[in-house]
Ligand binder design. Sequence first.
Ligand SMILES: [Zn+2]
Length: 282
Amino acid sequence: MNIIYGLAFFILVCSQYSLAARLAHTKVDFVGLSELNEGQQIKVKSWINHGIDATQKTLGPLIQKNVPIYLKPQYFAFEAVPWAEVIRGEQDGVELQFSRYASLKQLKNDWTLYHELAHLYHPLLNYEDFWLSEGLATFLQNQIMKDSGIITYDNMMMRLRAGLERGQSNTYRLSHLQDARLASVSSNMWQLKAQQRVYWSGVAFFLEAQYQLKLQQAKYKTITELIQAYQACCKVSEQQSGRQFLTELDKLSKTAVFNNLYLKYKNRTNFPKLKQKHFNAM
Ligand SMILES: [Zn+2]
């Protein structure tokens, strides 16, 4: 009996150790740091390291060894982080435009960095499936900010409800379109100014999916647990279709939740109507 306990303890220590070692291994490569003065460099490093720690706390370790961060400090900006995007490559990275005068607190309170880092947990998807990747990153950014205490649970729920309302009104505004299917609107998101509909239809998708995972008592009962498992086993570096990505999520959760919902969402012309039960699954 003692041997079994000893062995179990040994395995526990080893797994804890390997998790810590992997967390420590995600190295940030700063590009453009020298454009900042010494004080600004310290602030920016601390902001980025905090963002990576917060993201990994919720979503688990990133498998890629390095995360390139391309810094574009601005002299004039109306927000702390007015623009950012993921740069896909051998090592996926993030480009950040930010105000060089924003305080550390303002930078940490801004959602953009968590959103972009969340994108590193899924492969690049096709344009028509943009609603899926943007929905996922928006869903996860709120979880990350809540888990690390930047926002409260109530605040997260408020942000989700407000975003869904913006998605709904944006959908009304676009109802004159001849082809108003979510997949088509996603392909032309910028020209159509359809960001709110695209992003928040995707958030609704993941809210519904999490409700289903819990209802079906799936192997992973939250999107964050599932994405953590996906990152550890299955993330590919090539571009994929949304269908391929979701098939992996279905395989991992041993359900058909994602493919079924995908069929319901990709050609829809209306905005999804969520019920209280979906919010209760958060
Ligand atoms: Zn995004």
